[in-house]
Design a protein around this ligand. Sequence first.
Ligand SMILES: Cc1ncc(COP(=O)(O)O)c(C=O)c1O
Length: 469
Amino acid sequence: MNNVNDLRSSAGLSCQKSALKTAPADLLEMPPCNFTPQEYKVTTSSLLARSLSQLTLGERLWVTYYKKPVYIHQGHMQWLWDVDGKRYLDLFAGVATVSVGHCHPKVTAAAEQQLRTLVHTTNIYVYPPIHEYCEKLASNLPDPLKVIYLTNSGSEANDLAMCMARLYTRNFDIITFRGSYHGGSPQTMGLTAQQAYKYPVAIGLGCTNTMCPDVFRGPWGGSHCRDSPVQTTRKCNCAQGSCVANEHYIEQLKETFLTSVPSRIAAFFAEPIQGVGGAVQYPKHFLKEAYKLVRERGGLCIADEVQTGFGRTGSHFWGFQGHDVLPDIVTLAKGIGNGFPMGAVVTTREIADTFAQGVHFNTFGGNPLACSIASSVIDTIKEEGLQQNSLEVGTYLMMELAKLRDKYDIIGDVRGKGLQIGVEMVRDKVAVLGSEANDLAMCMARLYTRNFDIITFRYLPSCWILISS
Ligand SMILES: Cc1ncc(COP(=O)(O)O)c(C=O)c1O
């Protein structure tokens, strides 16, 4: 098996129903749904033919994993309907973006109300929704993270955070994990450490990527490393209170400090759980120790909460809280607007003051419509107990998926927290988890070539999803 397509088809896991020769006997019926979607008038085939012939979508169509792309027409909470009226359970939520459910009535009502009142004005003026929103967002963040900048996307938020860190520290170098995704702008492409998203042009100067402390796929890891209801099936001989894997990975970070960056750095970016990289979780104390080492070198610690924020991980509202760390800057996007384009940077007054030496302006960032929608998203999460729901449904799902891992060789790992879940497929479980000799060279090779050898199915549904669905 050589590539992603081989693995998918051999596992019978293609999402196209037509790929299944015979439907498995235990294929469940869709649960009932009393919502009736609108009928879509244009046929799938004519729409597809037009898109392909005119190439109106640029490359977008070509990145789809489907031979026959799914044409989505309507959404309602956890459900999606395609243009032919077929219903799907959405376990991806637009890549962790539809945080409280498709077209959630409360969010729709807030958007409608704001559309009738004031859609846009420059943020040179003041208007109530931006203040209401910033107050609400700040009240959900710990001190001293109280100064908010609003953007339109996660890439923009990370760009801004990079700039702030460099201005504040007067250093230039920024470190991220291999396998991370922090955006596709020219600056953030340097933070992003995945081959597929890189171009052969001068991008992201001053960015260095270090080893990701991946306790399943990496050279070190055991059965107690993760903050997850499901651990790896690797063996663990650590004494209570110590984690050998963590020590090794911290040594790797130190090695990066010694070899790849100057003695003073600007920042270290990390997601609390590496999202695009495959819901990768680090040893429990890694970030805490890494933050200390970064700060000793003058750097700021930046938590990219674009995927993990707003209660998705279940135990906390923010992913960094699960690592018991306090970042200097937090970046947000995706779930912040339940699908409405929005992002944010939150930092301390001290860092913000350095940034105030120039004028930062963003035409759309934090406009009245975006702020009203984002405000209703926070209200919905709180009023409907969606953080707790993430914990309960996510834990249930992971425990059930772990049973499949124990049963099928093709499933190497199940991991995650709340509704940020990864299920990693492997060609050969024994080869990955090793004879416990765990040949280090082989492990390193696997780590560096992970992009083409590995598929991780990611479950990131709306935090509204029910166990019954
Ligand atoms: C962790 C993380 N950071 C940043 C980004 C970039 O966000 P955007 O696509 O809104 O620019 C993404 C997007 O997938 C992401 O997953």
